[in-house]
Design a protein around this ligand. Structure first.
Ligand SMILES: NC(=O)c1ccc[n+]([C@@H]2O[C@H](COP(=O)([O-])OP(=O)(O)OC[C@H]3O[C@@H](n4cnc5c(N)ncnc54)[C@H](O)[C@@H]3O)[C@@H](O)[C@H]2O)c1
Length: 372
């Protein structure tokens, strides 16, 4: 299967035949986005650091044989600009970032330089490349000033962030806003927007200190998974949910450049937020051999406990909505990892099958969760 079945294009055909540039294509979300774009008939060009491990989705799906990829650093403006000039893309997505909270404590300089100057460089490249009609920056739910309250953050809430990662994402949003107001907020300019999503899970993610990769490392090693914050609540989403949102946003910007230039939240619906413990219970129901330990760690770095997004804006104005309930989210995720642990499986085909199956959910209403 090289392309999605007829009727499975959720974006009105806007990506077909277009040149789409994706930074961070070697990462978790970027690789899934490239697979989807390619299946929709786009010419896909990726720019990022090389994949970190041979287990990364980029490697196991042989993405470098399917798209044009160039190794490059977003902190290097000249290199990035010359890539944009070479490609002359119609649409650009910026996903490259130092994306881990714990890593940001270890190396704040790398985090701030990649996530701040990387964002500046992205918009400089867009500005210098007239072919780009639409550019979408990818940020995070952690960009908001987290007050640990029960309400979901709205797009007009203040930016903030205590740890270096969260602060870098708050800053990246201010950079986006500055570029929007200074350069792109006029007729004929490139249409730009920023997408903010929550905790994303799905096959192909092997990053350090993320709960689901930790679970499947533990399953592989037949050892218990160590859980840092079992009571923390997160807006868990299957990886294709925010990617669907970013691509929907690009479609809207393409068709109506001035109407959608702002920040957009993508997350579960209000009553679909669950704790780390509830997530693990669901995974354990599917993989009974999974053992869980939550040792009390003294002096662990601060991480937010309660984090929810209000997605009313995207649901009302973008014609986007989450397509999976919590149960389906865990099912898609576990299946993605089981496919990886099956040595005979063609992962490129397996990922496309998940994209097709996910897309089919667009045509049926979301069902209530089934208890574990
Ligand atoms: N995964 C999540 O749960 C989550 C949640 C909210 C927001 N996000 C955001 O979504 C985006 C993608 O996240 P992900 O989960 O795919 O992360 P990832 O760590 O899997 O991938 C990051 C990508 O960025 C690239 N990169 C990092 N530093 C770079 C640099 N200096 N130059 C060039 N490339 C560089 C990496 O090579 C990789 O391709 C990031 O902006 C991240 O902050 C992720």
């Amino acid at each position: 299967m090289e392309n999605l079945g007829v009727g499975m294009d959720l974006f009105g055909g806007i990506f077909k035949g277009k040149k789409v540039l994706v930074t961070g294509d070697s990462g978790f979300k970027g690789s899934w986005m490239c697979l989807w774009l390619k299946a929709l008939g786009a010419d896909v060009y990726g720019y990022s650091l090389p994949p970190k491990t041979t287990s990364d989705n980029f490697v196991t799906t042989r993405l470098n044989e399917k798209i044009y990829h160039q190794d490059g650093d977003i902190r290097d403006l000249d290199s990035m600009k010359s890539f944009f000039r070479k490609v002359n893309p119609d649409i650009a997505f910026h996903l490259a970032a130092q994306a881990l909270v714990i890593q940001s404590y270890d190396d704040p300089v790398e985090t701030f330089s990649s996530n701040l100057m990387g964002t500046v460089h992205f918009f400089e490249c867009v500005r210098a490349t007239p072919s780009v009609r639409v550019a979408v920056n990818i940020s995070s739910d952690k960009c908001y000033d987290n007050k640990e309250w029960v309400w979901g953050y709205r797009e007009n809430d203040p930016m903030g962030g205590k740890d270096p990662y969260s602060a870098s994402k708050g800053c990246a949003e201010l950079i986006f806003n500055s570029y929007l107001n200074s350069y792109f907020n006029r007729s004929g300019a490139c249409a730009v927007a920023s997408g903010r999503a929550g905790n994303v899970i799905g096959g192909g993610d092997w990053a350090e200190n993320r709960i689901i990769p930790d679970v499947f490392r533990a399953v592989q090693q037949n050892s218990p998974v160590q859980v840092r914050n079992p009571h923390s609540t997160r807006p868990w989403q299957f990886v294709l949910e925010p990617v669907f949102g970013y691509m929907k946003l690009a479609e809207k910007l393409w068709n109506s450049p001035s109407e959608y230039q702002s920040g957009w939240n993508f997350g579960p619906l209000d009553n679909h937020n669950y704790s780390v413990g509830q997530l693990l219970e669901k995974v354990q129901a599917r993989i009974p051999s999974l053992k869980i330990q939550s040792p009390e760690i003294v002096g662990k770095p601060h991480e937010a406990h309660l984090l929810k997004l209000d997605v009313s804006k995207a649901v009302t104005l973008l014609n986007w909505r989450p397509l999976l309930n919590f149960h389906q989210t865990v099912e898609f995720t576990v299946q993605g990892y089981l496919d990886e642990l099956n040595p005979g499986k063609d992962l490129y085909e397996a990922r496309l099958a998940q994209i097709e199956s996910y897309s089919q959910n667009y045509f049926i209403p979301i069902s209530n969760d089934i208890p574990a």
